[in-house]
Write a new protein. Structure first.
Length: 313
């Protein structure tokens, strides 16, 4: 049996997935990849085979995946053709190296053609690319990271105003990035999981107003939610210096390390009910319950969105 390959261990999700994988698999059976050599040193010291990988470059990439049987492809943080090209390079190289199964971190309701999220276009493209490559697969369709909205909540605490966006009364089963990472580790290590599409959701569907109410109850703050239009939402991000697309320039330490196109169309998808999905797939996969929004607010320092990690072409 070949080794398990985990990509992107120098990123937020990949790094947490690496920690979980080391708890349920032996280091000698693992290959970790990343583009930052320094980030790999800690894993090499534990006996994990580590390899530098840049998915923007196809040439020589298959050597990175040699000896692997299954690979977790953590989706890249940029959006559009650039991400599709990088994902395609990784899938092609993995197949050429003899990898037989891809675990991919996708997005809830990615296959719905009426879902307006620009992010979902890349995710369904990648899912279809893996299928067309003839590889076995596990697609983990993640709900929105709660960390993003917890960080956003405290931004408005500091500003002293209502939290504003355009998702309205739409429902989302907010999931911790930590649990998404756990799902990656367990799906990669599973030997009996084939051609599976799993929804990785938090324990309860809620509106953003209800999300704020939980934050207020835990922290003693008084953040209210106020709905604005999509265009007003764009202007809020413009004022923060957030780029419209991932081709723009991201400020170091930004509290919104995403493109506004991604965030506004995601809010639209929530408002239109396209993200109102909640299943028990996480519990069935990992044997544990997902963390609640209340728990994450109670330990808010541990659940912030963090810095952006990427290597663009």
């Amino acid at each position: 049996m070949g080794r398990l390959v985990l990509t992107g261990v120098d990123g937020n999700l990949g790094g947490q997935a690496a920690d979980y994988l080391l708890q349920i698999a032996e280091a000698k059976d693992l290959i970790f990849t990343g583009y930052d050599p320094a980030s790999l040193e800690q894993y090499a010291a534990l006996g994990v085979q580590t390899r530098i990988a840049d998915f923007n470059q196809r040439e020589g990439l298959e050597k990175v995946f040699e000896g692997g049987d299954a690979m977790a492809l953590v989706s890249m943080p940029f959006v559009g053709v650039k991400r599709q090209r990088a994902h395609g390079n990784a899938v092609d190289a993995a197949k050429a190296a003899g990898v037989r199964k891809i675990v991919y971190t996708s997005l809830v309701n990615a296959a719905d053609p009426t879902n307006p999220s620009v992010e979902k276009k890349d995710h369904i493209w990648t899912e279809e690319y893996v299928r067309n490559a003839g590889l076995d697969y596990v697609f983990l369709r993640n709900s929105q990271y709660a960390e993003a909205m917890i960080t956003n909540y405290f931004t408005y605490v500091h500003m002293g105003g209502p939290l504003t966006n355009s998702q309205g009364d739409g429902l989302m089963a907010y999931i911790s990035r930590r649990d998404c990472a756990k799902a990656v580790a367990y799906a990669l290590a599973a030997r009996d999981l084939h051609e599976a599409v799993l929804d990785i959701n938090g324990p309860e569907l809620m509106t953003i107003a209800e999300f704020c109410e939980i934050g207020n109850a835990v922290t003693g703050n008084h953040v209210e939610y106020r709905e604005i239009t999509d265009e007003e939402n764009y202007r809020v991000f413009d004022a923060m210096g957030v780029p419209r697309t991932t081709d723009g320039e991201f400020k170091e330490g930004s509290e919104a390390p995403f493109s506004s196109d991604g965030m506004v169309t995601f809010a639209q998808a929530i408002r239109e009910g396209k993200m109102a999905v909640r299943t028990d797939d996480f519990r069935k996969l990992t044997g544990s319950e997902p963390l609640t929004v209340r728990y994450m607010f109670e330990h808010a320092d541990e659940f912030q969105i963090g810095d952006r990690h990427s290597k663009d072409a």
